[in-house]
Ligand binder design. Structure first.
Ligand SMILES: [Zn+2]
Length: 274
């Protein structure tokens, strides 16, 4: 399987506030929306979708003004998944499956660009986004992003082991090499997506953490602004911190077998593109 690493949405937090405390270069750097495009042989699979074309055409309406202001989102046509798939010489109509880490606006914004794709998501996340339990959930998800009625394929946990985590294997219609690895916390149905590339595993950890330094094997660290941000946007604190600790262990103890990365780290994206 061939895997492409895409940035489908750049963000520049106002004044670099989220990244304060880091040396100059990192303080100025952007956050990205790291998505995967997987060529499976007979079709294309996306992992997360970024802001989408409507996020570029009508950002306030599609992504929400509070979100745009908070993270300094800069939707750009060239960064949409559709544009990048075309630039690779591939056809966006061949995207038959989309696997979602969760349904926040910066991940689900591009779903409507692939109306014929089956959208794989944890059942708990689907419930959170389509029947929000409280004001926080109502505000974080954008009903407009699901108005085209995606072809949902939802999963409750099946608990098959994967490096000490539980995983959901056998996603309908997808190769066995792509699994869900539930990482509850950031949202109630948040999940990682593991991909066996044939040359080792990738684990797209979504928003289970934001900053590459959080997985530093010896001295985990995170700028205070970005720590505060993760606290503000979390749904379930206990499970989030537990899963972060488990990811830290996984990245440290299995670094030869699994590459773990977050949805938003430009440093990890650059390293994986090399
Ligand atoms: Zn996110």
């Amino acid at each position: 399987m061939r895997v492409h690493h895409l940035n489908c949405g750049s963000m520049r937090p106002v004044g670099g506030k989220l990244l304060d405390g880091e040396p100059g270069l990192l303080r100025r750097s952007e956050l990205v929306a790291h998505c995967l495009l997987i060529e499976t042989g007979d079709s294309l699979v996306l992992v997360d979708t970024g802001f989408g074309t409507q996020g570029v055409a009508r950002p306030g309406e599609w992504l929400g003004r509070p979100f745009l202001a908070m993270v300094g989102a800069k939707p750009a046509a060239a960064e949409t998944a559709v544009a990048q798939i075309k630039a690779l010489g591939l056809d966006p109509a061949d995207v038959r499956h989309i696997v979602m880490t969760h349904l926040d606006v910066d991940h689900a914004g591009g779903l409507a660009d692939f109306p014929n794709a089956v959208v794989h998501v944890r059942a708990e996340e689907h419930r959170g986004a389509t029947s929000p339990a409280n004001a926080a959930e109502k505000n974080r998800y954008r009903a407009a992003q699901f108005a085209h009625r995606p072809l949902w394929s939802t999963y409750d946990e099946l608990g098959e082991p994967w490096f000490g985590f539980e995983s959901v294997r056998s996603l309908k219609g997808l190769p066995e090499e792509i699994l869900l690895v539930p990482l509850t916390g950031h949202t109630r149905g948040h999940t990682g997506v593991a991909v066996d590339t044939g040359e080792g595993w990738l684990l797209h950890a979504g928003d289970a953490y934001f900053f590459h330094g959080q997985l530093d094997p010896i001295a985990p660290h995170c700028p205070p602004g970005l720590t505060a941000f993760q606290n503000i946007v979390q749904t379930l604190r206990g499970p989030r911190l537990e899963n972060l600790a488990r990811l830290h262990e996984l990245a440290r103890d299995h670094q030869d077998e699994v590459r773990v990365f977050s949805a938003h780290s430009p440093v990890e994206l650059a390293a994986l593109r090399r």
